[in-house]
Design a protein around this ligand. Sequence first.
Ligand SMILES: Nc1ncnc2c1ncn2[C@@H]1O[C@H](COP(=O)(O)OP(=O)(O)OP(=O)(O)O)[C@@H](O)[C@H]1O
Ligand SMILES: [Mg+2]
Length: 150
Amino acid sequence: MIRIENLTKSFSTFRAVDRISLEVPQGSFLVLVGPSGCGKSTMLRMLAGLELPSSGQVHFGDDIVSDGDRGWMIDPTERNAGPVFQSYALWLHMTVAGNVDWPLKIAGMTKPDRLARISEVLSMLGIEALAARYPNEISGGQQHASPSLG
Ligand SMILES: Nc1ncnc2c1ncn2[C@@H]1O[C@H](COP(=O)(O)OP(=O)(O)OP(=O)(O)O)[C@@H](O)[C@H]1O
Ligand SMILES: [Mg+2]
């Protein structure tokens, strides 16, 4: 479960996120909707540990992962969150399969497990046929591929 308490983020005098509190139960799917500039990405960046809150706390289960009041947070790499950025980043020197493989490798997965996972993910995204290509050899839409919900 994720619990956010009184979360605020100011950039100098501007409040991008203003005292948000909410709970996200385990296994649930939460969507933040709002006009451009209302603070959605800033919220998510605080959840991922990419932005230190100005005040308030973020809890993952029983752990406090960010505490703005104490000016302290756990590193992004230590909190097992998987942000997907609004402006995506692909390693240009790695193939499609290599890009999917990289974080799995960093996470210490064995090669057979990684190969299985790569195949599963590429199939989910409908881009199995592109596995061996480099990012400059696929279309913009293919670079953005997301799971089909249909
Ligand atoms: N590093 C920063 N310094 C100053 N202001 C910032 C910074 N990052 C974001 N902001 C401002 O904070 C507000 C919230 O930005 P944020 O990126 O969270 O918006 P958003 O809801 O994700 O918008 P969009 O739908 O356009 O992606 C905006 O007004 C933005 O200009
Ligand atoms: Mg945004």
